[in-house]
Design a protein around this ligand. Structure first.
Ligand SMILES: Cc1ncc(COP(=O)(O)O)c(C=O)c1O
Length: 441
């Protein structure tokens, strides 16, 4: 339910005795569409193409159980104790080997282990953003990053992308426009590989160009790369960080290549930034979980972790193929991106359809997706949606797309039937729901 703002312009409710006490920055805190959808997605009858949950069942439990037993037998007190604020040395060394697969050579001193890469996003934003500062981000961008940026009162300026990722010319123009307006741009946030939510990958040529633009304009780059190792055919080009140690903060994660339940990610910071990052990390959590870090380090030392990533790749490739073939069969008149790795496809709807408005009807048909508006800070994205192929089985994906086609084609039929009569305009005074329908909340 929408409630009136309090006397400082913040949303809230008079039933909350602290209504007038919240900090201004809480105005940026709102439940994301993804979060609202998780409640629906958990119902077994709904095919959820909404969340980005990795298929952890493809990881043999025995591999983790045995690593855990060895850790507890051999270093139990250390695993149960506070650790270094920067993260456990033994894991940071393994992280260097993982990043080497993407062309990065860093120093173990510059790696900071965090509570998922989500925390690294939060810490970097905290370090750099004053209210009103600008963050450049792809259009669309990761919903969880937009939430963090909002919570620090940043202003997000979206930069256009196409099937080859961020468009350098659009980046140049956006920077020039913002600087012309006297705005302060603090960093460029980018997901170069198997983008969430767009599914696209930045080409090698554009990587060099984007870095050159950032360097020339003295803009820091925040490279977020949780999916880079989950390629289906060819490896993506080397990470941006591989060719710029000073201007790129690189974020990695064990969430997609191992399991998100450990909540372990990392940042590889430019040397000049890393001390502040460690201080910020210590003040946020004292230290990341020693228990999780030691189990992951033991797993990496003893298991065929690269073979396990191959298994994940096979699983996700098969699911991507299932989704693409179902889209071709059931929705051939629409367009979508063709990801070469990762978890996501971006589906563009005919202009007259609104993905957010259509969602309750989709849920009624027992399929869920994430409306495109979740991935923009400025209300765009109504005519698009993100489809995740990571979690449901290929059969369920196929059934989900079939149901989605029923909904989309039904809406199009309706529009055609009543075109020009005004009947639908009267039924839909506003093209947005003010709040999610009750069964999505
Ligand atoms: C692009 C991107 N960045 C960061 C994250 C956060 O991942 P985690 O905190 O689990 O490492 C996600 C999770 O979906 C993501 O898709």
């Amino acid at each position: 339910m929408n409630t009136p703002p309090n006397d400082r312009g913040l949303p809230g409710t008079n039933l909350d005795p602290w209504f007038n006490s919240y900090a201004q920055r809480t105005a940026g805190l709102s439940a994301s569409e993804v979060r609202a959808l998780f409640a629906v997605a958990s119902r077994p009858e709904v095919v959820s193409l909404a969340g980005g949950m990795p298929y952890v069942s493809a990881l043999p439990a025995e591999l983790i159980t045995s690593a855990m037993e060895r850790v507890m037998r051999e270093s139990g007190p250390m695993a149960l104790q506070y650790g270094s604020g920067q993260g456990t040395m033994v894991l940071r060394e393994h992280i260097l080997d993982i990043m080497a697969l993407e062309g990065i050579s860093g120093s173990v001193d510059d790696v900071v282990t965090t509570t998922g890469s989500q925390q690294a996003l939060d810490l970097v934003t905290k370090l750099f953003i004053d209210p009103g500062d600008v963050i450049l981000a792809e259009a669309p961008s990761y919903v969880g990053a937009i939430g963090v940026f909002r919570s620090y009162q940043a202003s997000v300026a979206h930069v256009a992308i196409d099937e080859h990722g961020l468009i350098p010319e659009a980046l140049r123009e956006t920077i020039a426009r913002l600087r012309g307006e006297g705005r302060t741009i603090k960093f460029l946030y980018t997901i170069p590989n198997f983008h969430n939510p767009a599914g696209v990958t930045l080409t090698r040529e554009r990587r060099a160009e984007v870095l050159e633009i950032a360097r020339r304009n003295e803009i820091l780059v925040l490279e977020d790369n949780p999916y880079g190792l989950l390629y289906f055919d060819e490896k993506p080009p080397e990470a941006l960080r591989a060719s710029d140690d000073d201007g790129v903060i690189y974020l990695g994660s064990f969430s997609k290549t191992l399991a998100p339940g450990f909540r372990v990610g990392w940042a590889l910071a430019p040397h000049a930034i890393r001390d502040k990052l460690i201080l910020a990390a210590e003040s946020a959590t004292l230290s990341p979980s020693s228990f999780s870090q030691l189990i992951i380090a033991e797993y990496l030392r003893t298991a065929d972790w690269q073979g396990q990533i191959d298994t994940f790749r096979d699983v996700y490739r098969e699911r991507r193929d299932a989704m693409l073939s179902a889209l071709n069969e059931y929705l051939p008149h629409l367009s979508w991106t063709v990801p070469t790795g990762g978890f996501y496809i971006w589906l563009t709807l005919p202009h007259e359809l609104d993905a957010k408005q259509m969602l309750p009807r989709a849920v009624k048909e027992l399929v869920a997706y994430t409306p495109g508006t979740a991935f923009f800070a400025d209300g765009r994205g109504r005519h698009a949606m993100r489809l995740s192929f990571c979690y449901p089985t290929p059969d369920r994906i196929r059934e989900g797309i079939r149901r989605l086609a029923t909904v989309i084609n039904g809406e199009l039929d309706l529009l055609q039937t009543f075109a020009g009569t005004g009947a639908l305009d009267a039924a839909r005074p506003d093209s947005h729901y003010a709040s999610p329908p009750p069964d999505l909340d």
